[in-house]
Design a protein around this ligand. Sequence first.
Ligand code: DGY
Length: 322
Amino acid sequence: MSHIYVTHELPGERIAELGQHCDMACWPGPGPLPPETLRAEVAAADGLVCLLTDRIDAALIDAAPRLRFVSSVSVGLDHVDLAAATARGIPVGHTPGVLVDATADTAFALLLAVARRVAEADAWVRGGHWRPENAWSPDFFLGRDLAGATLGLVGLGAIGRAVARRAAAFGMRVVGWNRSPREVPGVEPLSLAAVLAASDFVSVHVALTPETRGLLDAERLAQMRRGAILINTARGGIVDEAALAEALASGRLGGAGLDVYEREPLPADSPMLSAPNTVLAPHIGSATALTRRRMADLAADNALAALRGERMPHCANPEVYG
Ligand code: DGY
């Protein structure tokens, strides 16, 4: 019987079904699976169901001689060395589609929170500053209007398009750039430089790949409008964080809403922690109960297909099937 290792307990129903078709072991916690335990466990595994926090690099794949598939409970696969998996003929499954709305909601929640200074206002009230002598005034906690403002989308995949639909409902003009040009109703297609120059808010929705790593570097950030707000719910590695921190500290950029970082968890000495007008979330883009169940079910379906010797429904390296 095939031996499958699962790196975290998962919600949903399909994972139990997977367990009926193989000998399944699961990291019981507490906390995330230590990399050395993962390495020891994959050595004897025929299949792996993992999270985005598990680094599946070439060395790990080399240490797993029996491994026949990897199924990640994530849409992003920057934690997996796809080239190394492909070279070994190992299909890598992921979970596109099911987290589109939850992630678009998170992008919009961050955008609204930064535009209307929600986190800052909350801290101010809880800090006991709301007293009769400063109860209200016409210039009290002034924020930004969304209606009439321009939102620039960097990436027009499913999540970028879902953000565009939300922006239209808020009366925003939407412009966008995609690596391979794409017509999207309601989105004016522009070059990346033109999107950055035209937008009051910029939201990032490209996958992290070797081509997009550092895409929004110091030079690109300098192309953004003075006072513009950057939202990133994609991957931290797409934005040069040191350059972003500098642009925020100098006031060139007006704020940021971030769910993802170059290093996660965010290190205690990260300049983002002291950046002004910035709302920080701990990679919660897809964190709704329903979305997480759907992601786990899709990952289990990918694993079940691989176990049966069938094509995974969502495989990121379909070339392994020849
Ligand atoms: C993913 O699945 O890649 C997301 O980042 C999870 O929120």
